[in-house]
Ligand binder design. Structure first.
Ligand code: NAD
Length: 265
């Protein structure tokens, strides 16, 4: 039985009701986890208000600002987790960023600054959050991050984010190797394309979704809640033997070779 009762789960990356992190938070909550939520703060407090309203039904016992570019804020977040919860069992890393300019056009034209920014927010942050989580996962734990096929294969316009996801996926393996002796498991879910705030910055995202709907074995893309179900599984004792893995939750798209041929029904 999938049961997360008694587990403390910190979920990053909720921006709105389309966020994959929102799908994950709902499914962790449904499985009985105690939820904490972090959000990306802005000057006007808009994100705080919007996310607070959205997550209210889950009755999060922690609700904290956390910009992963700010080391002090990351430390403050985990200090609060330690003070309020004592221990952490689950960390969901569900965030990424790249400038719009670095998500379309020629890959070779990506600037040094845009490249570094994408890698910092989207890949390095898994290290910094895991480092802060490690001492709090005293009873073992599960860390889950979100990746995409564009980190393994060339996907039009994914460009800089593809490099960030390749780095992220290797982070998963190195972290899994380091944290395994503490019974902390680290895995990634490679989700199929879903319309969200972040994905709308990728040039041609709708074409990507339509392509998947035509050729994926299940003839559709996936939902946030389906990704949430897989995350709940990875965070549960049912997945106690799984670490360092990339789990594709993509309606099977990743297995297809001659993908145009798959469109014939
Ligand atoms: P989203 O826009 O809902 O979520 C992205 C989140 O990243 C937002 O909550 C945003 O506030 C947060 N974020 C950005 N910069 C941050 C910073 N400096 N500090 C803290 N948080 C920051 O979009 P999403 O599609 O749900 O993205 C979530 C994750 O899923 C990302 O890693 C994305 O690459 C991955 N993913 C998305 C898809 C897709 O098609 N939507 C597919 C596979 C993987």
């Amino acid at each position: 039985m999938l049961n997360l009762t008694g587990k403390n789960a910190l979920v990053t990356g909720i921006a709105n009701n389309r966020s994959i992190a929102w799908g994950i938070a709902q499914q962790l909550h449904a499985a009985g986890a105690n939820i904490g939520v972090t959000y990306l703060p802005d000057d006007k407090g808009r994100m705080e208000k919007k996310v607070a309203e959205l997550v209210e039904p889950l009755q999060p016992s922690l609700f904290l600002p956390c910009n992963v570019q700010d080391d002090a804020q990351v430390q403050q977040t985990f200090d609060t987790v330690r003070d309020k919860w004592g221990k952490l069992d689950i960390l969901i890393h569900c965030l990424a960023f790249a400038t719009k300019e670095s998500l379309s056009g020629d890959f070779s034209s990506v600037s040094r600054q845009d490249f570094a920014l994408a890698l910092d927010i989207s890949a390095y942050s898994l290290l910094s959050l895991s480092r802060a989580a490690k001492p709090l996962m005293t009873g073992g734990g599960s860390i889950v991050t979100l990746t995409y096929l564009g980190g393994v294969k060339v996907i039009p316009n994914y460009n800089t984010m593809g490099i960030a996801k390749a780095a992220l996926e290797m982070n998963v393996r190195y972290l899994a190797a380091e944290l395994g002796p503490q019974n902390i498991r680290v895995n990634a879910i490679s989700a199929g394309p879903i319309r969200t705030l972040a994905s709308s910055a990728v040039g041609g995202i709708l074409d990507m979704i339509h392509h998947v709907e035509k050729v994926a074995p299940l003839r559709r893309t996936v939902t946030q809640l389906e990704v949430g179900n897989a995350a709940a599984f990875l965070c549960s004792d049912l997945a106690s033997g799984i670490t360092g893995q990339i789990l594709y939750v993509d309606a099977g798209y990743e297995i297809m070779g001659m993908s145009e041929a798959g469109s014939a029904s």
